[in-house]
Design a protein around this ligand. Structure first.
Ligand SMILES: [Ca+2]
Ligand SMILES: [Ca+2]
Ligand SMILES: [Ca+2]
Ligand SMILES: [Ca+2]
Length: 287
């Protein structure tokens, strides 16, 4: 989401000539008058173009022009030959400087030269300032983006996910940024009791960070021969005796007729295992 800052700079003419002291041509003393015109167009990212305009010198034998670009005032190295540029009917010629960095201040002068390569003194120096942003224009009002200006272009980049923010909604809690958007969470509870679903078998629900958390499901004792184990949602784990008389095994070989009674497996001792145990001592009623 980048957009171009509006360009409000107006055309300005800098007419004071600046002498270089070293580029005064002996026989060609014409002077180029540079006029600056910033272009509110063709800027891509931090790059921009700048149109130079100048009033052509009165001498009839101008063969071409050189442009000198520097990052500090009057710190010019070799110039760039831009050839002859025809003036418009008003006597103003122009040339487009392209690919300039939007964050950099440039200093520019020009010279003219004749067919014999005699070069004029420097023109007046113009300054091409960095492109500026309007801070109010870059502020997107979104707490989850960082608003910056570079080269006349606003940037609103998302802050890291999880950055705390305020979504402006008092009924949401734990507001934080996600993908550049501030989002809150609906508060579900403040007390554990508010999370109770009335089912004891799925555990005891709790309230943590305003959200209900599930409990640990109940683990009931296994069923036995004489007890059925089950979970009652209302009361939790419970053991229910099977019907009295249900056959079982009490694990005791000396008992017989093992059966459940009130949930307990019980056998009975046999009356006898040997004939002698049945002798009642009365010979008259037989053996
Ligand atoms: Ca922002
Ligand atoms: Ca909130
Ligand atoms: Ca529950
Ligand atoms: Ca038994």
């Amino acid at each position: 989401m980048r957009r171009r800052a509006s360009e409000t700079r107006s055309v300005a003419e800098l007419s004071t000539p600046v002498r270089s002291g070293r580029r005064i041509a002996s026989s060609f003393k014409t002077l180029v008058a540079l006029v600056s015109l910033l272009l509110p167009l063709s800027a891509l990212g931090a790059q921009r173009d700048h149109q130079l305009r100048w009033i052509v010198p009165p001498e009839p034998d101008v063969a071409g022009y050189r442009v000198y670009l520097a990052l500090a005032s009057m710190a010019y190295g070799g110039g760039t030959d831009i050839g002859f540029q025809s003036p418009d009917p008003n006597g103003v010629a122009s040339y487009l400087l392209t690919g300039l960095d939007g964050d950099t201040t440039y200093y520019v002068v020009m010279t003219a030269y004749d067919a014999a390569a005699n070069e004029s003194v420097f023109s007046n120096e113009i300054t091409i300032p960095p492109l500026a942003c309007d801070p109010a224009e870059c502020n997107d009002g979104n707490p989850c983006t960082t608003d910056t200006c570079s080269g006349g272009t606003c940037a609103n980049d998302p802050v890291p996910d999880g950055t705390l923010c305020d979504d402006g909604n008092p009924s949401t809690i734990g507001d934080e940024c996600s993908l550049g958007i501030c989002q809150g969470n609906v508060s579900a509870c403040s007390l554990d009791a508010e999370c109770d679903d009335g089912n004891a078998c799925n555990g005891i629900e709790t309230c943590a960070s305003f959200q209900c958390l599930a409990g640990l499901p109940a683990i009931c004792a296994p069923s036995t021969q004489c007890m059925d184990s089950s979970c009652n949602p209302a009361s939790g784990c419970e053991l229910t005796p099977v019907a009295d008389g249900t056959a079982c095994d009490d694990g005791d070989l000396s008992t017989v007729n093992d059966a459940c009674f009130l949930g307990i497996c019980q056998g009975t001792l046999p009356e006898c295992t040997l004939d002698a145990q049945c002798d009642d001592g009365n010979a008259c009623n037989g053996t």
